[in-house]
Ligand binder design. Sequence first.
Ligand code: SF4
Ligand code: SF4
Length: 343
Amino acid sequence: MLYKILDKKDFKNFVNNLIYAYEVTAPKKVSQKLHDFLPVKDFGEVDLGYKRTTLPPAKKMLFPANEALANYKVGNNIEVKPLNESKEQLLFGASAWDINGMNFLDRIFSTDFIDENYMQKRKKLKVVGIDAEPSDANFASSVGAEFAKEGFDLFLSDIGDKYLVRLGTAAGAEIAAKFGNFSDAVDSDFRAYDKQLDLYKKKFNINVNLDNFFENFEIVYGKKDLWEKLANSCFSCGSCNLVCPTCFCFNVRDDININLAEGIKSRQWDSCMISNYGLVAGGHNFRPDEANRLKQRYRCKLKTFVEKFGQYSCVGCGRCVEACLAKINIYEDINAVKEEVSI
Ligand code: SF4
Ligand code: SF4
């Protein structure tokens, strides 16, 4: 990894150069309280003072909420034309936890089966990350997602009147050389960065007890009363899935023309928390109640991918906590599992 310095006085110029050269998506204020990752045409539109974006997270650039997959014609022969829209883009101002969310999706969409629709977009996406302020519900440091080690081209950390910039890829080094007035980092910059990292880590205030969660989950797995209590107020709305940077479930739909000779196959984000997610032909529902679905969601987030990839599929961004109208809170429920086992 190469380390460079960008003076803050040169920052605006750097961002505007990127906007001039790429289609840039960056955090933008959309209402008094909300930010979203949206296309920007000028530095003035970018708001890096954001605590979080809500719906949807940056994954929408790689895995859109609604995506056409193929056109087809049915006649004497069946003709299928795969659809895969991708273009060179740059995501500016992504937080460490959102980058780690995309890193997780990279593994999902390239393990067992290569999802070309996702991978083409990922290959063409440049990512410039920046240390962001954690929101009150953010527990990224408890799941090891507060620091991005990979998945970006450049990553900026504020060290006073300048940024320490980590160059994560050759493309990142090229961007730095072409579009900004970067200099080499010296000892005093690394000392300032070390201090900044200490301060940054102190900003994560939520204490989540994941000690032994992997085993404890099995102990409480069959405790119906516990899961009914935790899911008691759930509306099965699916908002927690829709705002999540790591949820990857989708439904595939056919829209066939009235002539029954041609159609389009597309996918849409799905949610494991809605009532018909487990519904199959014949009317059987494998997960008919809220308690069962919440238990499954927590298993997916905190256990399944520890087994498969050695990591949580939760980056602790806290979006689901803030989006849930029923005030169901993943980190409180993690602590509730610990308490249940300790009784
Ligand atoms: S946990 Fe909350 S956000 Fe998720 S489905 Fe239930 S009510 Fe909706
Ligand atoms: S489960 Fe909740 S806290 Fe974890 S990554 Fe998804 S939205 Fe963020």
